[in-house]
Design a protein around this ligand. Structure first.
Ligand code: HEM
Length: 494
């Protein structure tokens, strides 16, 4: 990328005056002439399922062939396990909304990967327990608490900006790690309150990282539906998984004990809200352990997802300098150099569009799975009890028949006056009954962090670094994202 004077260029006059639809048309026609940002090479059309499974060991998304990006359903049989891939708005609607009771269970792989850490937490539970927990946890993420949480978001992003200002301009930072620290600080403070130390947040993140390193994303016994293969599992690895889960539990138990003992009525943390549910008269009051498990769910679900989405935004804004110019022009116009606030988010249209488009191209949770309880028919595919249904935002967001220039970065698709994509075609937060509980939190956090940091810096990718995609439970830039920071001149009122 050529960065000459990138931060000081203003968007063209025509662009400032043109309508959202016009801007989209221009951006799409420009997209057709440039290389798309990094993607995953499809499997060869002739590759059999075993070869594709081998590829999937390294990157789950390299299992798909080019034709999988334009079909509406497909299926796979792996030994004893049947899979149906839902790749059209009507099939996604059926599984996530209309037939929810048949498809409320996560896949055995997902449950096995996460239960040692989350126990009976909302993210992996199902049936009555899931609905009770969902009702009990929802108030902690209600709109009423969001303005408070937004102050935590901007204060934390400002701390990052202050540290960056001390950073020599030619010394690269790993933007993925930077974003992971930032979102860990934000979610730590919102779940546990202001008295959570950075050290404690770091310990939880370290525990998660260690946990993910040892827990396999493709457990062969479950993938092939052959439980006896579990006997061949490595007991040492199982111990390590248990140990890293225990470490996370220990830190969080300590924080909860401290919160219980210092009942400060001015705190509005999520855990305070869970504690109220603990005393509540609902059928299933939240016990001490449930509070801990749900706190872990919130931390896990709300930390890496936003961090990855933000890291992809920085990559894309460097890849497409014109987008960075538009975003910074919007920040200058709306904020005039001050720290963004909760009320600004709905005025930062282009910033939100960049965040949404980044999640289209690189959905932080690229693969959603459910296990059928009973028989069904999804389009022409038969579903039997135990069949695993795969809904893949990665595939849907790049569907050749549903998007124009599907692999290209075109934030203008999400400008307010452009018709929204169907909610069963674009769903980075999932959709239907089990839609992400932190959807608004995540959107606000993304916009406020981008706004606070892009107002002061233009991060630039180290030219020799080749960006690649890593897909495990979440989607992130493989090996991090080394970037240098170009400071912007402070905004001046003319
Ligand atoms: C950009 C940020 C985020 C993205 C892209 C995202 C995405 C998702 C997705 C796709 C799911 C559904 C997973 C599945 O069905 O297998 C989910 C569930 C969930 N998310 Fe998020 N999430 C984000 C941020 C957050 C935040 C900040 C929180 C909490 C503060 C959160 C809390 C949850 C919870 C509790 C669930 C489980 C809901 C249930 O099963 O009923 N998420 N998220």
């Amino acid at each position: 990328m050529n960065h000459d004077n990138a931060s000081y260029v203003t968007p063209s006059k025509e662009r400032v005056g043109s309508s959202d639809k016009q801007q989209l048309a221009e951006a799409l026609s420009r997209a057709h002439h440039i290389e798309p940002p990094v993607t995953v090479a499809p499997a060869p059309a002739s590759a059999g399922i075993l070869k594709r499974m081998y590829r999937a060991q390294h990157n789950l998304l390299s299992i798909w062939r080019e034709k999988d990006y334009s079909v509406y359903t497909t299926h796979m049989n792996l030994a004893n396990q049947k899979y149906v891939v839902c790749n059209s708005p009507d099939t996604v609607r059926r599984v996530f909304l209309e037939q929810h009771d048949n498809y409320d269970r996560k896949s055995p792989q997902m449950r096995r990967a996460l239960i040692p850490l989350l126990k009976d937490g909302l993210f992996v539970s199902d049936g009555d327990l899931w609905s009770q927990r969902r009702r009990q946890c929802a108030p902690s993420l209600s709109n009423a608490l969001l303005p408070n949480f937004c102050s935590v978001m901007t204060a934390s992003a400002n701390e990052t900006a202050e540290r960056w200002a001390e950073q020599p301009q030619d010394e690269p930072l790993d933007m993925l790690t930077e974003m992971a620290h930032l979102t860990a600080r934000i979610i730590g403070r919102t779940i546990f309150g202001d008295d959570t130390t950075d050290d404690e947040a770091e310990q939880v993140v370290a525990g998660f990282t260690e946990y993910q390193r040892h827990s396999e994303h493709l457990d062969m016994a479950d993938t092939l539906g052959l439980p006896f293969l579990r006997l061949l599992g490595n007991p040492l690895r199982r111990n390590r998984i248990r140990y890293s889960a225990e470490q996370v539990h220990e830190v969080i138990d300590r924080i909860i004990d401290r919160r219980i003992n210092t009942s400060d009525s001015n705190q509005h943390s999520m855990i305070d809200s869970f504690m109220t549910a603990l005393e509540g008269s609902e059928g299933c009051p939240m016990g001490r352990e449930a509070v801990r498990n749900e706190a872990i769910v919130m931390f896990m679900a709300g930390h890496e997802t936003t961090a990855n989405a933000l890291a992809w935004c920085w990559y894309l804004l460097d890849y497409d300098q014109q987008a960075m110019v538009c975003l910074q022009a919007e920040l200058d116009e709306v904020l005039k150099g001050r720290t963004p606030r909760y009320e600004d988010v709905e005025k930062l249209h282009y910033t939100m569009a960049v965040f949404e488009e980044a999640m289209r191209l690189y959905p932080p949770v690229p693969l959603l799975t459910r296990q059928a309880r009973g028989e069904d028919q999804v389009r022409n595919r038969e579903v039997r009890p135990g069949t695993v249904l795969i809904v893949c935002p990665w595939l849907m967001h790049r569907h050749r028949k549903l998007w124009e220039a599907p692999d290209h970065f075109v934030p203008e698709r999400f400008l307010p006056k452009v018709p929204r994509p169907d909610k069963f075609t674009y769903f980075p937060f999932s959709v239907g009954h089990r839609v992400c509980l932190g959807k608004r939190f995540g959107l606000y956090e993304g916009v406020l962090c981008l706004a606070t940091l892009a107002q002061r810096f233009t991060p630039q990718l180290v030219p020799s670094h080749k960006v690649e995609i890593e897909c495990r439970l979440t989607l992130r830039p493989k090996g991090g994202l080394p970037m240098t920071l170009q400071s912007r001149k402070p905004y001046k009122r003319f």
